[in-house]
Each structure stands twice: as structure tokens, then as C-alpha cells.
Design a protein around this ligand. Structure first.
Ligand code: PBG
Length: 349
């Protein structure tokens, strides 16, 4: 694309400084402020719009509680008992929020995370409650082992190391049980190699060839997941996740991750976290045309809430600006804990 300044430059052979187009009076012909003068003009020329239909709201469903439990590190967020999930779905439907993303907090954890594929597990029961209450709300499930394993790692551990290939079978069983319970989309977040292909084969083989996969493709080993681990009770009991999640320094590698997931059959891909990785999001957008999700993670949410609680930021403006920037960088969908409040603000404006 040639800019106005470059065009002006190229007509002046040998000119050292670019010449702006000018009116006879000597004023700049191009005044950028003209289109900013009124809300009507700003709205007309706005490039990026937020729509609650593009929001995905994460929900933590626990089978060990009977009342909602506030998550202290994420003000305004709760662990929900299964019995509340119908009402959660109705609220999302009422506000026009696009989808829910479910995380389970099971009563029982073991070495292999066997609660993950329990038909009566918290996520499986929540899906049925939500579908019965509000069948049109799209349900996405997080497919990972860390909430279900006693050691808190995202896969099977042997000799202190997370085993890639053996984990694929466990993830497949989990995804199948979510699909069987009625999940609309399964979203593997474990970062094992080959998991999209394994899930696709497993789903197709069990009659779920119409269940899409949203792959957490570029998922970085991020400090910003801190508050989530309290919410999902999924902190690793030893070590960290850097041997399977991505190094925050790597942008090109994220493109390779996305490419592999696409080759393996992912229907949609994700960049996570969102705000510290908008450059990665924009590069993925430039390169591919499939739907892209960005995960505005727990730490991004908690930072903003903390600043608001201190009176340092205007909550509504800061939140909507952050969400807009994620959309502008190229996300089609935003997974965000702000979904409910943002949907309310958008309905008011
Ligand atoms: C599970 C998972 C995590 C998040 C989503 N799925 C935690 C992790 O990888 O440690 C983080 C979400 C958030 O911080 O909001 N693997």
C-alpha cells in the first residue's frame, strides 16, 4: 500500500522532504481530525466493533460445593456448584454472550486424572444442566488433565516428566466424554504434540465428526495464569509447565504451532494470553483466514480489577479499550472473564 506521504514524495524527483498535499491557502488538505469531531462521525468511521456474540465466558464448575464460592484473586468470579449452571446459561443467553468455556473442579484427583472422563464429572453434568436450560448457548469445554491430576500437570507424569504420547489417549477420552455430554466445541489446552490429530481421530471414530476443535495453539508458559490456578485448583505440585507450554520470547514458533494444529485438523486456533501477545495474534491473523480466538487470561483480568479497586483506572473505559485492542489485533472471538459486564455495558451504549 502506498501512503499519501510516499505518493507526494515520489512526484517530486529528488525531493528530500515529503510534501503534504496543500490547499491554496497553505493549510494541510488532509486533516485527520475532521472525522473525529462528533460521536456520529467517529461511529461511522470506526474500524473495530465489540459484540457480546464474540465473547466466550469461562466458568469454573465444582462438584464439592453447594453454594457459589468467590475466587479471591479474581474479584467478581466464582466457582459454581453444578446446580447453578442452568442459571448461568440463562444469563449468558439473556445477555447474548456467544459461548461458555467450562473448567471442572472434581472431588477426586489421581495420578492419571480419571475424573476427567467421568460421565458424572462436574463438566459433564454442567453441560447437561446448561443445555437443558438454554440450548442455544454454545458450550466449549477445556480439555486438559491439570484440574484432575493429583500432581497438577497437564498430562501423565513418569520419572518427573510429562509423557506426551501416553497423555493423548487420556485427552481423547476426556474430549469424547465432553462431546457425549453435549459439548458444542472441545478445546485442548494441554500443549501435548499431536493432540489435535488424536482428538480428531477419536471424535470421528465415535460418531462426533461434527464436533469442532478449538486448539489452544499458541499457549505460552505465562505468569498471567496465576489467579486461574486458584480458581481451578490446578497449580502444578512440582516444577512448572515450561517443558510443554511455549517460551514467551518466541513469536515465529507460535506460527509453527498454529500451522501444525491446522494440518492436524483444528477448526479454530487460539493465542493465549491475549494482551501481552497481541503481536503474535496479529501475525496469526495476517497469515490465516480461519477463526481465531484470543484468551484474555486471569492475570490480565485481575490486574485491571486491582487497579480499578485502587481508583487508578476507569473500569468501563479500560475494560472496553482492552477488549477492543484484542479484536483490532485480529481476534474473532475473545475468551474473557469480563464477558458479562462488558455485554451489559454494550447493551447500555
Ligand atoms: C489448563 C488451563 C490454564 C488456563 C486455561 N486452561 C492454566 C494453565 O495452563 O496453567 C489459564 C487460564 C487463565 O489464566 O485464565 N491447562
Amino acid at each position: 500500500m502506498t501512503t499519501e506521504i510516499e505518493r507526494a514524495h515520489s512526484t517530486e524527483s529528488g525531493a528530500q522532504t515529503p510534501r503534504m498535499p496543500q490547499t491554496p491557502g497553505g493549510f494541510p488538505a488532509r486533516r485527520m481530525r475532521r472525522l473525529r469531531r462528533s460521536e456520529g462521525l467517529r461511529r461511522l468511521t470506526r474500524e473495530t466493533m465489540l459484540d457480546p456474540g464474540d465473547f466466550i465466558f469461562p466458568l469454573f464448575v465444582s462438584e464439592v460445593i453447594s453454594e457459589p464460592v468467590a475466587i479471591s484473586s479474581m474479584p467478581g468470579q466464582y466457582q459454581w456448584p453444578v446446580s447453578e449452571m442452568g442459571r448461568r446459561a440463562e444469563e449468558l443467553a439473556r445477555l447474548g454472550v456467544g459461548a461458555a468455556l467450562l473448567f471442572g473442579v472434581p472431588a477426586h484427583k489421581d495420578e492419571i486424572g480419571s475424573s476427567a472422563w467421568n460421565e458424572q464429572g462436574p463438566v459433564q453434568r454442567a453441560i447437561r444442566e446448561m443445555k437443558a436450560a438454554a440450548p442455544d448457548v454454545v458450550i466449549v469445554t477445556d480439555v486438559c488433565m491439570c484440574e484432575y491430576t493429583s500432581h497438577g500437570h497437564c498430562g501423565l507424569v513418569r520419572d518427573g516428566e510429562v509423557q506426551n504420547d501416553e497423555t493423548l489417549d487420556l485427552l481423547t477420552r476426556e474430549a469424547l466424554s465432553h462431546a457425549a455430554a453435549g459439548a458444542d466445541i472441545v478445546a485442548p489446552s494441554d500443549m501435548m504434540d499431536g493432540r489435535v490429530a488424536a482428538l480428531r481421530a477419536g471424535l470421528d471414530g465415535a460418531g462426533f465428526s461434527n464436533t469442532p476443535i478449538l486448539a489452544y495453539s499458541a499457549k505460552f508458559a505465562s505468569a498471567f495464569y496465576g489467579p486461574f490456578r486458584e480458581a481451578a485448583e490446578s497449580a502444578p505440585q512440582f516444577g512448572d509447565r515450561r517443558a510443554y507450554q511455549m517460551d514467551p520470547a518466541n513469536g515465529r514458533e507460535a506460527l509453527r504451532e498454529v500451522e501444525l494444529d491446522l494440518l492436524e485438523g483444528a477448526d479454530m486456533v487460539m493465542v493465549k494470553p491475549a494482551l501481552p501477545y497481541l503481536d503474535v495474534l496479529a501475525r496469526v491473523r495476517d497469515r490465516w483466514d480461519l477463526p481465531i480466538a484470543a484468551y484474555n487470561v486471569s492475570g490480565e483480568y485481575s490486574m485491571l480489577k486491582a487497579a480499578v479497586a485502587n481508583g487508578w483506572l476507569d473500569e468501563r473505559r479500560a475494560t472496553l479499550e482492552a477488549l477492543t485492542s484484542i479484536k483490532r489485533a485480529g481476534a474473532d472471538m475473545i475468551i474473557t472473564y469480563h464477558a458479562i459486564e462488558a455485554a451489559r455495558w454494550l447493551a447500555e451504549s
